[in-house]
Structure formats: C-alpha cells, structure tokens
Ligand binder design. Structure first.
Ligand SMILES: Cc1cc2nc3c(=O)[nH]c(=O)nc-3n(C[C@H](O)[C@H](O)[C@H](O)COP(=O)(O)OP(=O)(O)OC[C@H]3O[C@@H](n4cnc5c(N)ncnc54)[C@H](O)[C@@H]3O)c2cc1C
Ligand code: SF4
Length: 529
C-alpha cells in the first residue's frame, strides 16, 4: 500500500448509496435520469470534482462580457491543478464539457460498428446497429434534438426527430444550392437545440453564441441536474475529487471510492455503494482506474485512445452572402460515411458553414495603406462580391494499442497524484492510407468548389483528434477489452464505465450523441444489476 493510500483510508466521512456515479458530465446526467425512471427510489450519489455552475440567469451577462471584452464565458469551470498533456478540454464542473458544447448531434453509421468484419480494420463493436439506433432515438428525445431526415436510405431512422429542424438561414440556403451542384446530398446538421419550447426550456432565438446559450434552448446537463435535485431524486457532491477505487479482498468487487473535498481543505470522504459507475469522460476514467490499479487484468486500461482527425478549408464562391446570420448552424453530407469494400478505405463527414474569411472590414489594404471612411467601405464592398464557405471533414482513423493514456509521475496535483498524459498513435493501416485520405478529401473540397466557379484556400489540418474516446474499450473477450458492451468491467462485477471511454473506435463525426446512446444502453443493465 502506498503512503497516500494509507492516508486515504483513515478518518474519512462515510457516505452510502445504491449507485455511486463518479463524474457529473452529460453521460452521468443521462444515466441518473434514466436509472431513476427504471428504478424510482434508487439512492444515487453523483460525485463531481468541479463546481456547480447553476446560474442560467447570469448567462446573458456572461455572453455580453464575452462578446464585448473577449472574457471567458465560463469562469470557474476548471480545476487549476487537474490537467493533463493531450487532454483537449479543461472543463471540470457539474455538467462537464457539455456545459459549453456546440450541441451538434450527428449519429455514427453502421460501418463504425463493423469495421473489422467489413473491412478487416480496427475492431467490431459488440453492439448491433439496430440496438444502438434505438438508443440514438432515446438520446435524441432526452437531449431534445431538432433535425431533418437524411436523403440516404442508409440513414433511415426508426423514429422521427423530436423537433422540427432549425430553419436554414438565407446563407445556408444559398450554400445548400451551391454544395448540391456537386451531386452530393446535404441537409441541416441535427442539433440539441430547441426549435420549439421543449423539456421546460425556451426555443432558439438564433443569436449565434451557442457555447454560452442565454436562453437555455441548447441542451446543457446542468438543467437535468437541477431538475433531479429540485425533485429530491439525487445526491450531488460537487468539488469532490475521487482519488482511488478500493477493491475487495478477492478483487472481484469495488468496495469504496476514496475522495477528497476540494472545498473543505481536502477533508476525506469514503463512498460505499452496491454499484459504482465511472462517468468521468475519456481522460479521467482511465486515469482513475490506473491510479487504483483496477479493471486492468488485460493491461488495456488507457490503451486504444481514439478520436477523429480532420481537414478544413475555405472556399470562395460565386454568391453574395451576409456572414453572421447563424454561423453556429451548418450543413452536413453523410455521403462518405459509407465506403465500398474492395476499394481504398476512406470515411468522413462533410460540413459546410457560412464564412467571413477574407471578408471582414479592414483598416489597411493589401499594400498596408490606411483605409478610412469611403475608402474602407469601398474596399469592403469589393471583397464581398464573392462569398466564402468554411468546409471541414472529420475522417475515420483507428488507434493502435500504443495510443495511450499513462500516468505522468513528473506532474502531480496538490494531492500528490500523477496526472494523465495522452499520446495518440494511429494504427499501421491508418498511417498507410493517410496520404490517400488527404488526397480524397481535398478532391471533395475541389469538387464542391468547381461546381460553382469556386476556389479552395486556407487548407488546414487538425493537430489533435477531436471528440476523444477510448481508454476502456468494450468487447466480448476479457483479454482484449476492459468492459463488456454495457460497460461492466470484466474484472469487477459492480464496476461500470459508461460513455466515451468504452468506444473501440471514434467514428468520423461528432461523438457526444453516441456517448449518450451507449450510456443509456448501459443504464438498463445497471438497473438490472
Ligand atoms: C467547446 C466545445 C464544443 C463541443 N461541441 C460539441 C458538439 O457540438 N457536438 C458533440 O458531439 N460534442 C461536442 N463537444 C464534446 C462534448 O462536450 C463532450 O463529448 C461531452 O461533453 C463529454 O461528456 P462526458 O460526460 O463523457 O464527459 P465530461 O463532460 O468530461 O464529464 C466528466 C466529468 O467527470 C468529472 N470527473 C473526472 N474525474 C473525476 C474524479 N476522479 N472525481 C470526480 N469527478 C471527476 C469531470 O470534472 C467532468 O465534469 C464539445 C466540446 C467542447 C469543449
Ligand atoms: S443560437 Fe439558439 S441555441 Fe445558440 S445561443 Fe442563441 S438561443 Fe441558444
């Protein structure tokens, strides 16, 4: 036993419940909500390291200060000494990263679940598409998603979207007509934003600042937590960091979670529960398991860290656009979610936004001459005769086993725990097709441009993997996975991991709807257990 463990196990306040959920992000919110419907009266405690930011009434003010002074719209949503190399979002608060997500809720496609059997790549998921699709519908209902049915037969849904789609702005209508000249079908991107009052929240006003929504139209997990707390259905301990899971003597169960109260100078709390659920997101779930030396008989905790890569560009086109109408909304084509077998593998989404790139007013012309008054306006007018679109493709890349989250002994938090370090490593097949993938995607951008006398400019490639996942991948074989398809760890029968960490691969589009769908699927099994 380490010295820090001895300290952890003495003189702690003990808190008991039926289910102890560690982490208070969107996955935990959805899990708690569903568990309480399946088993009313279940004693659920949610332990969240960050603070409660239940101040929807202040959001208009934060938004204003962020617009006027460039201030952080989410002050206090992170923990100073709880960070890690390669962790792309610092948010640690009740609600997690989805406090300020964009609310884009694309589904993955059947191919994501069958990469191995279809293409001989990466791994199959131990979940059938029809099963996941059912849980997508449920996730969309719970989050409140507005969207329009897709044009492709593969995108058939078993239920309509809960809400009518967000109307396309004038700019997006022009861009849709332009983009479809390429022969590719486009539709408005589905979003967890209300187009009518829904879930006790208002309809979207299209004010264009979705990372801080002043109306509550964009789903945010703090609403769910507040509803559950107001109804007295959950216990929420915020500012409480779980540092270790303690195993039973025979190692088959988790006996307790040992935590410290950040708001009370490190006062210790011991959580005891029949069932423990790790809902701590892609970085901190594997981190806690590694710190606890738990669930890792396979040696795969923190391995196969996944995400998708991306390439973006701007396209100049023959159309007059008026940037600023609703930059948060976009078009998507799902044409390339599918890839035939027997041809070079490439899968990606394709998004189109209005753009003001190169079209903002400027005080100096290209030669550096000062522009004022009429000269400024004349310069601005000439540069807006043609419009611009922003395009981006998230593309499917697969992690190798070496794609790892490890404990970095050289960086510790104030409690002396080593912090995580994530290094993404793609598998050989992904690396071998990298150049061809790039060429294909740039070819698609070119196809869009050429369909309307356009020009591609400002091509850029992502330097990280977006919508990260993995680290506790699901599977049927305990030798090659950390948990089963419901997130139950192979090693400890009362320990589940939910959401993003359990994904074997991370698709080629925004991941959160999928994280929530697999969490809701886990909820049924957790309720049964
Ligand atoms: C700016 C931005 C925009 C985004 N837009 C989109 C989008 O449009 N569409 C989309 O699909 N996704 C989007 N995302 C990603 C999305 O926000 C995340 O995928 C999602 O919120 C992850 O939820 P989660 O519940 O898995 O984890 P998290 O939100 O990370 O929640 C986990 C929680 O666990 C807590 N925790 C961790 N360890 C411990 C511990 N040991 N003890 C106690 N608590 C702990 C953390 O503090 C955290 O609050 C966006 C992200 C950002 C940052
Ligand atoms: S555009 Fe809609 S969802 Fe976005 S911030 Fe405004 S009201 Fe909220």
């Amino acid at each position: 036993m380490r010295v820090s463990d001895v300290g952890l196990r003495t003189s702690a306040a003990v808190h008991e419940s039926d289910v102890c959920i560690i982490g208070g992000g969107v996955s935990a919110a959805m899990l708690a909500e569903k568990l309480l419907e399946l088993k009313p009266g279940l004693a659920i405690t949610i332990v969240e390291a960050g603070s409660r930011i239940f101040d929807v009434e202040n959001r208009a003010k934060y938004r204003e200060r962020s617009l006027e002074y460039g201030e952080n719209a989410w002050p206090g949503d992170f923990i100073d000494d709880q960070a890690g190399a390669g962790v792309i979002s610092r948010t640690m608060a009740v609600g997690g990263s989805a406090l300020h997500w964009g609310g884009v809720t694309n589904r993955f496609s059947e191919e994501d679940l069958t990469l191995k059997s279809r293409y001989g790549l990466a791994a199959d998921w131990p979940i059938a598409w029809a099963d996941l699709e059912r849980h997508y519908c449920e996730a969309e209902r719970r989050l409140g998603v507005s969207g329009e049915p897709g044009a492709l037969p593969e995108d058939t849904r078993s239920e309509p979207y809960p809400m009518a789609p967000m109307p396309l702005s004038y700019n997006l209508r022009v861009l849709k007509a332009w983009a479809e000249k390429s022969g590719l079908p486009f539709q408005g991107t589905p979003q967890a934003k209300n187009t009518q009052p829904y879930g006790g929240r208002a309809a979207c006003l299209r004010c264009n600042t979705c990372e801080i929504c002043p109306t509550g139209a964009r789903y945010s997990p703090d609403f769910t937590y507040k509803q559950l707390l107001d109804a007295g259905k959950i216990t929420l301990h915020d500012q409480t960091l779980v540092r270790r899971l303690v195993k039973s003597a025979d190692g088959t169960r988790i006996e307790s979670a040992q935590a410290v109260r950040r708001d009370r100078d490190g006062e210790r709390v011991e959580y005891r529960a029949k069932t423990f659920v790790l809902a701590s997101g892609y970085a901190w779930s594997a981190h806690l398991l590694l710190l606890s030396e738990a669930a890792n008989r396979s040696g795969l905790v923190g391995r196969y860290m996944a995400g998708h890569a991306f390439i973006g560009a701007q396209i100049e086109l023959d159309a007059t656009l008026y940037p600023g109408m609703n930059e948060q909304h976009s078009l998507i084509s799902r044409q390339f979610f599918r890839c035939a077998t027997g041809v070079p593998f490439v899968r990606h989404d394709l998004r189109v936004w209005e753009s003001s790139s190169g079209r903002d007013p400027r005080l100096k012309d290209a030669e550096g001459k000062l522009l004022l008054g009429d000269a400024l306006l004349a310069d601005w007018r000439t540069r807006t005769v043609r419009g611009a679109a922003r395009v981006r493709a998230y593309y499917d890349v697969h992690p190798s086993k070496e794609s790892a989250l490890t404990l970095d002994a050289s960086k510790k938090n104030r409690w002396g725990d080593p912090l995580p370090s994530i290094r993404h490593v793609l598998d050989e097949a992904t690396m071998a097709r990298k150049a061809a993938t790039r060429e294909h995607i740039l070819g698609v951008f070119d196809r869009l441009a050429k369909a309307n006398n356009g020009r591609v400019f400002n091509v850029s490639e992502g330097s990280y993997l977006d919508h990260p996942a993995g680290g506790c991948r699901m599977g049927t074989d305990p030798a090659t996975s950390v948990c089963d398809s419901y997130g139950r760890t192979h090693d400890h029968r009362n320990l589940f991991v939910v959401g993003s960490p359990t994904l074997p691969t991370a698709g080629c589009t925004n991941g959160t709807l999928t994280f929530v769908a697999v969490t809701l699927r886990s909820a049924s099994e957790i309720a049964r257990s």
